[in-house]
Ligand binder design. Structure first.
Ligand code: ADE
Length: 242
């Protein structure tokens, strides 16, 4: 059996991860030894009397800055567990995290995620990381929630984590296309009916209808993604239909 993907998370707040990582698919993936999470609290690597992890900024200013030494030592300890780690820092200044990057990270055997906290971190920490990721253009109180999101998006792409191996192949964003609308029973609810085509049993027509809906939806809601699509002649024909 393959070794699990090891994701080590450097954080001052490992307890924050207990809820999200211990339910549903992530829980099962750990039980099946497809992924393994380990937490390294870098406060354990602060050796002074007060176990200080942050300090005031050189040059003055408000707030505290994470010190480099505890993070450096924690990182060395994390790297020693398994070779070839990809070291990732969560920060709003990083590359914006997208599905393509999630897919790439899912191919690694060892990821180390560093969660910043407080008002900032010593700039020298940047020298030890391979990649900086942001989950979007807003500022969180720390990197923990971002690390959870990156872990979740990567974990579900590890082969075997989702029920069937190709469940993730047709995800939204895999081909810059939003999902088509889905329906289940009942046929009519609150006066709203399921589109008749879906009950027709005509698979080719259903496929065409779904493709058209996905294209239209993407054009309306995400023109930025739509612009990147390479449309086939059939796509162009579907888009011209009413
Ligand atoms: N830390 C604080 N805000 C963040 C963001 N948007 N992405 C990643 N890490 C963060």
């Amino acid at each position: 059996m393959n070794e699990p993907l090891l994701i080590q998370i450097l954080t001052l707040f490992p307890e924050m991860f207990e809820g999200p990582f211990n339910h549903s698919i992530l829980k099962r993936a750990q039980e099946q030894r497809l992924i393994e999470f380990r937490f390294v609290n870098f406060r354990d690597f602060a050796y002074d009397k007060h176990r200080m992890v942050d300090d005031t900024p050189y040059g003055g200013g408000s707030g505290m800055v994470l010190k480099p030494e505890p993070i450096y030592r924690a990182l060395q300890a994390a790297k020693a567990v398994k070779p070839d780690a990809k070291v990732i820092l969560l920060t709003p200044q990083g590359e914006v995290f997208k599905q393509e990057r999630a897919r790439q990270l899912a191919a690694y055997r060892h990821l180390i995620l560093i969660c910043g906290h407080y008002e900032g971190f010593d700039e020298r920490i940047r020298a030890w990381v391979d990649l900086e990721l942001s989950i979007g253009d807003y500022v969180l109180t720390g990197g923990e929630l971002a690390a959870m999101i990156v872990s979740d998006a990567v974990a579900r792409l590890v082969p075997g984590v989702l029920g069937s191996e190709n469940s993730a192949v047709h995800d939204s964003f895999t081909e810059n296309l939003l999902d088509y609308p889905q329906y289940t029973r009942p046929f009519e609810f609150n006066g709203m009916k399921v589109p008749e085509i879906l009950l027709s049993g005509h698979h080719a027509q259903i496929e065409a209808w779904r493709r058209k809906q996905a294209l239209k939806r993407t054009a309306e809601r995400r023109p930025d993604l739509f612009q990147k699509l390479v449309l086939t002649e059939e796509d162009q024909r579907l888009l011209k239909e009413e």
